[in-house]
Design a protein around this ligand. Structure first.
Ligand code: AMP
Ligand code: MG
Length: 402
């Protein structure tokens, strides 16, 4: 029987030769959550002109301390005239600073007398002015390649008047479920059958990791059906993911199918949950190698395996470094536990208190108990061959990522 492989070896095998997918141009209105494939340079200064940060009066700071006539009114979006000497302009937030003015006094500090504005003394140049180009300078880098287009990034693009961006094509994933006992919700359950929890869970995670699920299919527990479905799935996909059927039982046909039509890179990992996980390649269209990730059937193993393997794989295909590694927080265990030769990824809730971050483990950490994943904030990493006492510091992989 194959040796248990460390997760690092498995990740290296999975990500070997994975190149980012081609670029496509999409409308910014459709670009939320996509990954930029090229850096974007600023076309415009933002703000594009000096403007007022307050409702008030614009003047030259040399005229502060005087009573000034109000020679123009500047609302946001209206045009401006050069400011006449020794006068001020009534101005509103976002209004363009008239040429000749260099500061704004907020209206609460200005008294009106006989139609004139009584300006307090000592107003420095630049006061309450948002300078042209303060946020972004035309020609400067605006957004880096490889970033996720989140809310702020989309706002930043719109601030430039940009309507289209170059993004990575979404990884196309075929999602297969093995198991003759597995039934889709909506169907009646016969004796011995269970509903398919893995499919909707993995679909959601894959989409969250930036993928497009292009095929879902059920695989019968027989060698021929498994080979045929794996082959077909690889035709239209960049990645084939299956669940179940990778262990050593007589009804586990995925590994043999992979070995006969593709290539098995590695299976049996030194992790818990998720030991019987198979990684390899299948022949895709024109013989192109398609990554294969065979997750175990237990829903918890699928959940953990998706975070540990599918997320970095999507990160590599999308050229998105932020997806490649999960952020790690250090937290104090509020439990005790021990491990043997396998690294344990415990599902924990994190509590942020004044004393620091505390990790509490879900009561039942069995790999069949999906309730341990519901509400999990993080995966606490318990190293191989270790004893953890209450209060010990743990590395926790943060799951509440965007
Ligand atoms: P297997 O890896 O095929 O031996 O499956 C391990 C366990 O996970 C078995 O108890 C299966 O019934 C269960 N299982 C497999 N696939 C699914 C699924 N899609 N949804 C829920 N449970 C599953
Ligand atoms: Mg099975």
């Amino acid at each position: 029987m194959a040796e248990l492989q460390p997760i690092e070896a498995a990740l290296a095998a999975l990500l070997e030769d994975v190149a980012p997918l081609p670029t496509e141009v999409v409308s910014c209105s459709q670009a939320a959550g996509r990954v930029l494939s090229e850096p974007v340079l600023a076309r415009l200064d933002v703000p594009p002109f000096d403007n007022s940060a307050m409702d008030g009066y614009a003047l030259h700071h040399g005229d502060a301390g005087q009573t000034l006539p109000i020679t123009q009114r500047v609302a946001a979006g209206s045009g401006v005239q050069p400011l006449s000497p020794a006068s001020c302009a009534r101005i509103f937030t976002g209004g363009e600073l008239p040429p000749g003015a260099d500061c704004v006094v907020m209206q609460e500090r200005v008294e009106k007398k006989d139609g004139l504005a009584v300006i307090p003394a000592d107003i420095p140049a630049g006061d309450n002015v948002r300078r042209r180009g303060r946020d972004v300078r035309a020609g400067a880098p605006l957004l880096d390649a490889g970033i996720h287009l989140d809310a702020a990034a989309l706002g930043h693009l719109a601030g430039q008047g940009i309507t289209e961006v170059a993004v990575r094509r979404r990884p196309r994933v075929a999602l297969l479920s093995t198991g003759d006992e597995i039934v889709d919700p909506g169907q009646p359950l016969a004796p011995g059958q269970i509903y398919n929890s893995n499919r909707p869970m993995l679909r959601q995670l894959l989409e969250r990791f930036g993928a497009e699920v292009v095929l879902v299919a059920s695989v019968p527990d027989d060698p021929e059906g498994t080979r045929a479905t794996l082959s077909r799935a690889a035709q239209g996909a960049d990645v084939v993911v299956s669940t179940g059927g990778v262990s050593v039982g007589e009804e586990d046909h995925v590994r043999a199918a992979l070995e006969s039509i593709g290539r098995l890179d590695l299976w049996r990992l030194a992790i818990r949950p998720g030991k019987p996980l198979a990684l390899g390649r299948l022949p895709g269209k024109g013989g192109r190698p398609v990554r294969f990730v065979g997750l175990p059937g237990n829903p918890v193993s699928c959940f953990v395996g998706a975070w540990l393997f599918l997320r970095p794989l999507m990160g590599a295909l999308l050229g998105c470094p932020a997806l490649a590694e999960l952020p790690t927080l250090s937290a104090r265990a509020d439990f005790a536990t021990s491990t043997g030769p396998r690294r344990h990824y415990m599902r924990v809730a994190l509590e942020f208190s004044e004393q620091g971050i505390v990790a509490s483990a879900f009561r039942d950490q069995n790999s069949g108990v999906l309730s341990s994943c519901v509400g999990a904030d993080a995966l606490a990493v318990i190293p191989e061959q270790s004893h953890i006492a209450r209060g010990d510091a743990l590395d926790c992989l943060w799951l509440r990522v965007g």
